[in-house]
Design a protein around this ligand. Sequence first.
Ligand SMILES: [Zn+2]
Length: 56
Amino acid sequence: MRCSRCTTGGMVEIRMKIAGEDVVFHSCARCEAKEWSTEAGPTSLGRVLELARSGR
Ligand SMILES: [Zn+2]
């Protein structure tokens, strides 16, 4: 995955499971953009926190 902000270089991907959902955290080492996504597509940090709160 490429950074949508600086469009160069790759992003670091950290996969984790939150409330049974596969969530991927993308972080750009270059511009420090941070993005979250699930299997369904891009998501927001707020949504991820919601998942974490309602999880288990
Ligand atoms: Zn970037």
